[in-house]
Each structure stands twice: as C-alpha cells, then as structure tokens.
Design a protein around this ligand. Sequence first.
Ligand code: ATP
Length: 298
Amino acid sequence: SEWLIYSTWWVGDNISNLMQSVGASEKVFHLMDLSPSSQFMERGEKLQRLTGRIEFKNVSFHYPSRPTVSVVQHVNFVVHPSEVVAIVGLSGSGKSTLVNLLLRLYEPTNGQILIDDIPINGLDTMWWRERIGFVGQEPKLFRMDISSNIRYGCTRDVKQEEIEWAAKQAYAHDFISALPNGYETLVDDDLLSGGQKQRIAIARALLRDPKILILDEATSALDAESEHNVKGVLRSVKSDSATRSVIVIAHRLSTIQAADRIVVMDGGQIVEMGIHRELLLKDGLYARLTRKQADAMA
Ligand code: ATP
C-alpha cells in the first residue's frame, strides 16, 4: 500500500519498527486502522522554531477496530522543552498508544495534542516526524557496515565525524572501535548483542538531531546492559548543547529514576505523576511496581 512504501522510505527505523514491536495479528490491525486522515498526505504548518513542548490535553482514544475499548482516557500531561519524561505502567496500560498518537499514526478520539501550543493535526506530518527520533523495542539493523547502519535513513550527507559523535553520545563508540574493522565492520547475525544493537539504534536516532527523542525500552531486554544504555543516553542528552525533549517508555523502573517527570499509566489513565521520590512517598502504583521489580532482582 501507499502507506507501507511511505513508511519504509521514511527513516526506516521509526514507524516500521513500531509495527514490528506488536504481534503479527496486531500488525494487521495497525495497517487497517490507519484512517485516510492519518496518512497525512495533506500539507500543514512547519514551525520556524520548535522548542519541543508537547502537551496532551484531555486526550482519549480507542482503536478504530475496537470502538468499545477506550485504551486512553482523559490523559493530560506536558513535556516541557528539554525535559525527560518517563511513561510507566503495566503491559497494556496504553503507553505505546500515547507514542502512536504523538507520531500521528492515529488521531485522538477526543482532546488534542499540542506541539509548541499548535494542534498537532495542523502540522505538516512529514516535517513533524522528521523532528522525532524513535528507538523501538527491537531495533532493526541491516547487513551493511556499522557506519551505514548508523547513517541509515538520514536524508542529508553526513560526515564520518558526525557518525562518531552520534556513536559517542549513544555509548557505542568504544565497542565499535574495538571491532576488527571499526566502523567499517559488516553487521551480520551474531556480531552484536541486543544491547549493542540498541546503542547503534540510539546513535542512528541522534544523528538526525531530533528535537524529540522517543525511547521504547525493550520489554524483553530487562537486563543490566539495557539499563546502562538508557541511563547513559539520558545523561548524554542532558549534557548535550542541542536541547531535546525525551520521552522514555520504561519497563525497567530503575532506568528512569532521574526523569524530570514520571507518568504512571493504569488502564489507559494517568493514575500518578511526579518525580521518583514523590511517587515513592505516595506509596501507590509506582511504589508497588518499584518494590516488585526490586524483589525480582534480589
Ligand atoms: P506494553 O508495555 O505491553 O507495550 P502498553 O502499555 O504500551 O503495553 P498499548 O500497546 O498502548 O499498551 O496497548 C493498550 C491497549 O490497546 C491494549 O489493550 C492493547 O491490546 C490495545 N491495542 C494496542 N494496539 C492496538 C491496535 N493496533 N488495535 C487494537 N487494539 C490495540
């Protein structure tokens, strides 16, 4: 379909990855559900200066294929420019759906999403998506060398220094340099660990210098390496002179303790919001989930 061609062409890693992150049957839903308006061939506004402020304003949503199931209900939160906001909650609580709405794969059923105070549906969708770097749960690498994998989907000419800058930011430079042919090493099936693939995908996203970075931490990779990667990139983003807003969907809660705001989802609703310490003191769902994970690790 037109959509498929478009999404493959468009930064490869982003939307196609999102589709891979759901089960095969859901993938079909995903494509069928795309309403004509969400294919966005129409033109909209391109903002001169984007600060990266994102606001969900009373957003509710149900997937077109399941009109009776409200998967997001009355969601309100703001990501201020350069903030790191984490979204946490049990599986099925609606975290990925919020990201789908932000990427404009779907339109909210009610309420709206504002980008720098402009309704998202007034923006040029191509322009908007180019401002977003998305690292999905299972990053896709190709049988090409490391540099080409990092450069993949980048529409402009990039210098080797830029690739290495992105790799450093993503904590990938050291292991890449240690490979037999460095950045020219061919990526094949068992060259890299899951965590290393994730770091390459983060470098790929950062190379595009996105104003908004979205990380969907792998559910399956609940390992220390993934935690280290996500924490590392959050530190890089904070110290970077380019200001980016970051949204992290976190499955391992210890990765996001330093987030500027933690949004706790349950059954499509925000049930708690705050910083790590406040939420622990509140002794609600976040505190329970944190304790549960700590016990599981012990
Ligand atoms: P996880 O942590 O497992 O990724 P999540 O919190 O991201 O879960 P969502 O993927 O947003 O949750 O799912 C919220 C609800 O929406 C679930 O009940 C899910 O089955 C449903 N859902 C997700 N994608 C679709 C779709 N394309 N069509 C219909 N229902 C969907």
